[in-house]
Write a protein that binds this ligand. Structure first.
Ligand SMILES: Cc1ncc(COP(=O)(O)O)c(C=O)c1O
Length: 285
C-alpha cells in the first residue's frame, strides 16, 4: 500500500494524477521540502515549513501551507502507510493553466502533493566508515537558495557521483566552496568548524542550521565565511549534511585523503550529540 495526498484527497499512488498542463510538469514551476520522520516524530518541522513559506514567496506563489494543514495529513499518511521512519516529500506547484504560457495564469490553484518515502536512518557505526566526494563547477542557476523543482543539475551530478564511486559532488563557484549537490558542507581545521556563509546560490539547509545551533550549545568555535577550494584539501575533517544524510564524514576528496583518512574526532562528537538530540529536536505530536 502506498497512499499519497493530492489536493485534499488520500489516494493510492497509481491513482494520484495531475494535469499535463500542471506548471510543475511543464516548467518545474514549484517548490518542495523533504521533512524527515524519526520514530513517528518530525524533525525540524517548523523550520521546514518556514523555509517552504519563504520559497513560495520568492517564486510568487501566493499560498500558505501551515503546520495545522500539515499535521493531520502527516498523521493519516503515517498510519495508512504503516511507517515509523520515513521522509515526507511535500511539493507545491503553481497549478495548471489552460494553455502552456510562461506568464502566471490568473486564478490558478496550486497543486499540493505529499507522499512518504520509507527510510532507514543510518547508524553512527555505518556512517563512520567514511565517504569519498569530488569537486566540480557549480552548474546550477544563481538562485539555489530557492528549493525549486528544477533539479536537473542535481540529477546529473548525483548520477555522475555514483559513476565516480563518490557519495556526492562538492560545488565550486569562482574558486569558492558553495555546498554539496544535495547537501551543505562543513570543514574542521585546527579545532574550528568552518562552513560557507549563506548566499543566494546556496540552499540554507535545516541540518546545517541544527549543526550551527549544536556548535553554539557545545561552545565549539564555528565560522560562517567564504571558503576557498584549496582549504578543502588541507582540512582535518569534511562533513556533508542534509535531512536524509545526517552528517557524512568525507575521508577522500578528488582521490586525495582528507585528514587522517578516517572519520575525525569532531565528527564523532557532533554526530553523537546530533543523534542524541533527535528526540529533543523532533516535533512531538
Ligand atoms: C542543494 C542542497 N543543499 C543542502 C541540502 C540540505 O538541506 P537540508 O538539511 O534542509 O535537508 C539539500 C537537501 O536536499 C540540497 O539539495
Amino acid at each position: 500500500m502506498n497512499i499519497v495526498y493530492l489536493n485534499g484527497d488520500f489516494l493510492e499512488m497509481d491513482q494520484a494524477k495531475v494535469s499535463v498542463m500542471d506548471r510543475g510538469f511543464l516548467f518545474g514551476d514549484g517548490v518542495y521540502e523533504v521533512i524527515p520522520s524519526y520514530k513517528q516524530k518530525l524533525i525540524g518541522l517548523d523550520y521546514h515549513l518556514e523555509r517552504l513559506a519563504i520559497c513560495l514567496n520568492m517564486i510568487k506563489i501566493d499560498f500558505q501551507f501551515k503546520k495545522d494543514d500539515f499535521i493531520p495529513i502527516y498523521k493519516k499518511l503515517l498510519k495508512q502507510n504503516q511507517l515509523d521512519d520515513c521522509l515526507f516529500y511535500l511539493q507545491i506547484t503553481r497549478g495548471s493553466g489552460d494553455k502552456r504560457s510562461y506568464l502566471f495564469p490568473k486564478n490558478i490553484k496550486p497543486t499540493v502533493f505529499i507522499c512518504c518515502i520509507p527510510f532507514s536512518w543510518p547508524t553512527i557505526a555505518s556512517l563512520e566508515k567514511g565517504y569519498a566526494a569530488y569537486t566540480t563547477e557549480d552548474i546550477r542557476w544563481a538562485y539555489a537558495s530557492i528549493k525549486s523543482l528544477n533539479l536537473l543539475p542535481s540529477v546529473l551530478l548525483s548520477q555522475e557521483a555514483l559513476e565516480k564511486n563518490a557519495v556526492e559532488a562538492i560545488l565550486i563557484r569562482n574558486q569558492q566552496v558553495i555546498e554539496g549537490s544535495v547537501s551543505n558542507i562543513f570543514l574542521v581545521k585546527d579545532k574550528r568548524i568552518i562552513t560557507p556563509n549563506e548566499q543566494a546560490c546556496m540552499l540554507s539547509g535545516i541540518t546545517r542550521m541544527l549543526i550551527i545551533q549544536l556548535a553554539n550549545t557545545l561552545s565549539y568555535p564555528l565560522d560562517e565565511r567564504t571558503v576557498r577550494v584549496e582549504e578543502l584539501y588541507h582540512a582535518d575533517e569534511i562533513w556533508l549534511t542534509g535531512s536524509s544524510k545526517t552528517i557524512l564524514p568525507i575521508i577522500e576528496l578528488d582521490g586525495k585523503r582528507i585528514g587522517k583518512g578516517k572519520a575525525g574526532p569532531v565528527w564523532k562528537q557532533f554526530v553523537k550529540h546530533f543523534f542524541d538530540d533527535m528526540e529533543m529536536l523532533s516535533h512531538n505530536l
